[in-house]
Design a protein around this ligand. Structure first.
Ligand SMILES: [Cu+2]
Length: 156
């Protein structure tokens, strides 16, 4: 009887996802000059679990609107478009970087100054809400490892 109970418990613990398999790392937001009400946030999403997940939404209390965007360069012209969901495959990382995926933040309630800490909530289909603190970086900042290429996480 005891053995049966243990068997049931261990089955349950395998079925339910481990805590925080999906994490959002190195989040940063670009500072805003003057009275600009638009900026963008970037981060690296890591899925260390064995199940695929999907980023389904982003929100922040500092602005009226935050939305996931992708950037594509076509014929030398950069275009941005809203995307509703972003797959985060099991065992992979997805980078939100300048010129690529990013969080478009609109209707800012106040200017963002370098060094400020901004709360952003990323919502995933399986993981649920992941709260992160994004650091406000200077206008010319382009990401922690944008030039080296040495320690890039794998991404699609
Ligand atoms: Cu955008």
């Amino acid at each position: 009887m005891k053995a049966l109970i243990f068997a049931v418990i261990s089955t349950l613990s395998i079925a339910s996802p481990a805590f925080a398999e999906v994490t959002v790392n190195d989040a940063w937001v670009r500072a805003t000059p003057g009275s600009t009400k638009i900026t963008a946030a970037y981060a690296t999403i890591l899925n260390s679990g064995t199940a695929d997940d999907v980023l389904t939404g982003i929100r922040t209390a500092i602005a009226g609107m935050a939305h996931l965007h992708s950037s594509t360069g076509k014929d030398g012209v950069m275009r941005m478009e809203s995307i509703e969901t972003l797959p985060v495959p099991a065992g992979k990382g997805v980078a939100l970087t300048p010129g690529n995926y990013h969080v478009m933040i609109m209707d800012l309630k106040a200017p963002l100054k370098v060094g400020d800490e901004i709360p952003i909530i990323f919502t995933f289909e399986n993981q649920g809400d992941v709260s992160v603190t994004a650091i406000v970086m200077p206008l010319n900042y382009s990401g922690a490892s944008s030039d080296s290429g040495a320690d890039h996480h794998s991404h699609n």
